[in-house]
Design a protein around this ligand. Structure first.
Ligand SMILES: Nc1nc2c(ncn2[C@@H]2O[C@H](COP(=O)(O)OP(=O)(O)O)[C@@H](O)[C@H]2O)c(=O)[nH]1
Ligand SMILES: [Mg+2]
Length: 189
């Protein structure tokens, strides 16, 4: 680790396919949106992002059914310091998203910080983060504290690309850092 750095953390990006996980990872890594021709993720991808001297390994797990069945995510979710769960806000059926999230919640050991991202807020029929929180996530996450953000990872019109993406990520990383500190303090007692 570089001297003066404030730690290395692993954050896992989960969600069904096509919701914008890789677009979010790309934006966070590069600071600009991905090309329109972004390809579906095979198994997983890793980006390294530096936030105020902390290095974050962001693991972007492919959301296709076969990856859930192959349990590709399991090894990452078990050791993650933080979790980002992404949905496409323009959807109307969240059954498969719920399956991914419920599976992940069973795998996380400690009470790691969780952020839910309601992506594609640019689409005219997008459900608001508040609506999704009340009607979908509060039920599944009743034993977890989490925060929901509405984002636009890649706006085909170009104007809103990246909206709220860094804010959501920085919120999580601040929580992750504080969480880690609490654990160290408890061990010292
Ligand atoms: N309208 C809109 N499209 C998006 C947004 N984010 C991603 N997309 C598009 O959704 C598709 C799937 O994105 P991708 O990042 O590959 O999703 P992943 O399968 O979850 O990794 C691509 O065509 C992206 O350009 C967004 O915020 N708004
Ligand atoms: Mg992907």
């Amino acid at each position: 680790m570089q001297s003066g750095s404030k730690g290395l953390y692993t954050v896992v990006l989960l969600g069904t396919s096509g919701v914008g996980k890789s677009s979010i990872a790309f934006y966070l890594e590069h600071g600009y949106p991905p090309p329109r021709s972004i390809k579906p993720t095979i198994a997983f991808g890793i980006s390294h992002i530096v936030v105020e001297k902390s290095v974050i390994g962001l693991i972007d797990v492919g959301g296709q059914r076969k990856f859930l069945d192959m349990r590709y995510h399991e090894r990452f979710v078990r050791t993650a310091d933080g979790l980002i769960f992404v949905v496409d806000s323009s959807q109307r059926n969240f059954k498969y998203d719920e399956q991914w999230l419920e599976d992940a919640l069973e795998l996380i050991s400690d009470n790691i910080p969780i952020v839910v991202i309601a992506n594609k807020q640019d689409l005219p029929n997008a459900l608001s983060p508040k609506f999704l929180k009340t009607n979908i996530f509060d039920k599944i996450m009743k034993n977890y504290s989490y925060h929901i953000f509405g984002t636009v990872a890649a706006d085909p019109g170009g104007v809103r690309s990246g909206e709220n993406v860094e804010q959501a990520f920085k919120y999580l990383i601040n929580k992750v850092r504080r969480n880690r500190k609490v654990v160290i303090k408890q061990r010292q007692v």
